[in-house]
Design a protein around this ligand. Structure first.
Ligand code: DX5
Ligand code: ZN
Length: 234
């Protein structure tokens, strides 16, 4: 009599955790990388800043080369730099597994993505908080990762921007509609309080800097961030 309702399936999803080295103790980076290696973290997030695209300078190629030699995790390099095409090859040689460029820094984004993949890396595109998700429409099928900034890039330890939840649902829907296999990563202000909500909204990978490295027990905090979350599958 009544049409059968199609039910959305519930699924337990475990997010990938990517501690951000930006919040590590730079006098003892080796120790912090060993701590990450021994933890349940999945990826290691490496933030590169040039003082032009963002108002801060972090670390670059020599540090990343040294870190990837000892890192046992997926090396996830987030470029907050202008003209990333000039350095893509050098980051491949430095051991980047994922290389993510900002959509706002790329005049020829499609070419940049092809270049990164041609160098044997997974290619990501990052969106600043003000950049609409619709900008991804013509590139979503080509990328391996979409990084949604949930703070303005340049600094760790900032507060999560709530609008991010809406953007995550929009990216999730675009991925579903287009059949893209891109992962969704969220970067900035992730805490043990908001992690489950962010995953529920669509995130696959959580970057966490201060939440992990300011914790008295970083390995336990990583386990806490990595809790399974019940999500509705479309
Ligand atoms: C900010 C960086 C982030 C930063 C996150 O520009 O892209 O990866 O390390 O730090 P928290 O988790 O402390 O906000
Ligand atoms: Zn980052």
């Amino acid at each position: 009599m009544y049409p059968l309702k199609t039910r959305n399936a519930l699924e337990k999803k475990i997010p990938l955790i990517a501690p951000s080295l930006l919040a590590a103790n730079f006098l003892e980076i080796g120790k912090d990388v060993e701590m990450i290696n021994a933890s349940h973290a999945d990826w290691l997030h490496l933030d590169v800043m040039d003082g032009r695209f963002v108002p801060n300078i972090s670390f670059g190629l020599p540090v990343i080369s040294a870190v990837t030699k000892v890192s046992k995790k997926v090396n996830d390099v987030h470029l907050m730099i202008e003209e990333p095409e000039k350095y893509a090859e050098a980051f491949a040689k430095a051991g980047a597994d994922y290389l993510t460029v900002h959509i706002e820094a790329c005049r020829h984004l499609h070419r940049n993505i092809q270049q990164i993949k041609g160098l044997g890396m997974k290619a990501g595109v990052a969106l600043n908080p003000h950049t609409p998700v619709s900008e991804l429409e013509n590139i979503i099928a080509d990328v391996d990762l979409v990084l949604i900034m949930s703070v303005n890039p340049g600094f760790g330890g900032q507060h999560f921007i709530e609008q991010t939840y809406i953007k995550l649902r929009q990216v999730r829907e675009m991925i579903r509609r287009t059949g893209s296999s891109a992962l969704i990563e969220v970067d900035g202000g992730i805490t043990t309080q908001n992690a489950a909500l962010v995953v529920e909204a669509g995130a696959d990978v959580l970057v966490a800097g201060n939440t992990v490295f300011s914790s008295p027990d970083p390995a336990a905090t990583i386990r806490e961030l990595r809790q399974p979350v019940t999500v509705i599958m479309p």
